[in-house]
Design a protein around this ligand. Sequence first.
Ligand code: ATP
Ligand code: MG
Length: 407
Amino acid sequence: MRISRSPTPASQTRVVVLTADAAFEDSVRATFSASSQIGLDVVKGRLAEHGEIDLAGATVVVADVDATDAAELAALEGLMLQIGSWPPVVAVTQDFDAAVARRLTQMRVADFLVKPVPPVELVRTCARVAKPVASAETTEAQIFTFLPAVGGAGVTTLAVQTAMLLLNSGARGKAATCLVDLDFQHGACADYLDIEPRLNLSEIEPRPERLDRQLLEVMISQHPSGLAVVAAPNRPAEMRLFDPDVVTRLLDLVSSHFDFVVFDMPRTWFSWTDSVLLGSDKLFIVSETTVPGLRQAKQLVDAIRDRLGDGPHPQVIINRYVQKMFSAGLRKSDIQQAIGDAFLACIPNDYGLVREAIDRGVPLEEVKKGNRITAQLRKLVLPQVAAKPAKDPADGAKKFKLSWARS
Ligand SMILES: Nc1ncnc2c1ncn2[C@@H]1O[C@H](COP(=O)(O)OP(=O)(O)OP(=O)(O)O)[C@@H](O)[C@H]1O
Ligand SMILES: [Mg+2]
C-alpha cells in the first residue's frame, strides 16, 4: 500500500477549470469525476474578476472565457504571462472567429475548443497537451549521469533536481527530459517525486525486440511538471541481474526520444555500467564531506579512468557541504587536494529543505524558490547545456552508437 502524502498527490493529474458558466461546470464535473486519477478544481466566476489564481501542482488549466469581452481576453493574457510555459492552458470559448483564434495563438495557449465541447474531446485535449514531452523524432539526448561514491550521498536528490532544471531549461517551453532510475533494487526516484513506477523489465526481458517507442510510453511515469520518469517498482529482497542488452536497449530508446536524460546509478557495478558511463556526456560522482567519502570518490575516479580510459570524464560533487569558518573540519582546499583535478564543486547542506521536498514529493524549487542547492546545481548543469557544440547529424548518430557499444 502506498502512503499518501497529500490530498492531491503529485501522481494525480490535476485539472483546474476556470469558468463562470454553470452548464459547462456541470459537464466538466461529470466528465472528470469518473476517474480517480484526475483531480478536478473548479474556480468559479469570470476570469477578469479574479486576482491571482493558485495553480500550484496543476497539470492542465482549462480557461472558459467570453471571447467577445475584451476584459476577459486581457485577463487570459495576464494569466498566460503569470503561468509562463507550464502548465498548459486550454481555452474554451462560445464565440469563435479568425481574430479570436489569432489572439489565442499569440497568447500561446496550448489548444482551444469551441462550445459545446464534447466531453471526450475535452479529455483527449487535456491528455494531449499534458502528455510526455518526448519528441516523435529521433534525437540524440544529452546524458547526465550521477554515480555514488558512498551510500546515501545524495545521488537521487541531485539527479531529481538536475532533471527538473533541465526540464525547465528549454528556450521555448519545457525541454523533453527523462529521469531514469537505474537503481533497480533500491530505487527512490519515483518515491521522491510521488509517482507510480511503471517500468517492468521482466516483461521486456523474454522478448527485448518488443521494446519500441509505444511500449516505452507505457513504461514512462509522468510527473505533473512534465518530467518523464523511467523507474521500476522496488524489489528489496530480490537480487535480479538483468540482461545488459535489455538495459542498453532501453537506454538507447530513451536517449533517442528526449533532449535530456538523467541517470540515477546504483553503487554496484553491473555488466551494463560501462555502457552507461561511456554514453554519458556528463558523469558526476557524488560523495560526502568525510575523509572516507573523499577517499572513495578518488578511488572511483581512478577506477573509472583505469577501466574506461579517457572516454568518460568523471567529476566529483561533494554534497551536504557545510562551510566551517573557524572550527576544524574539511575545507574546500582539503577536498580539492584529496580529489585533485576531478573535483568539481560542493553542494550546500540543507536537510530541512531536502526532507520537506522528499516528503511532499515535489522539487526543491517548489518548497523554496531560489534555494542554495538548486542555485549551485544550476551553475554546474546549465552551462554544460549551453556549451554543447552544434553537431553534424551524421556524426552524432555514429558517435552515439559507438558510445553505447559494450566493451
Ligand atoms: N544537499 C543536501 N542537504 C541536506 N540533506 C541532503 C542533501 N542531499 C541529500 N540529502 C539527504 O540525504 C539523504 C540521502 O539522499 P539520497 O536518497 O538522495 O541519497 P542517495 O545517494 O540516492 O542514497 P542511496 O545510497 O540510498 O541511493 C536523504 O535523507 C536526503 O534528504
Ligand atoms: Mg538513491
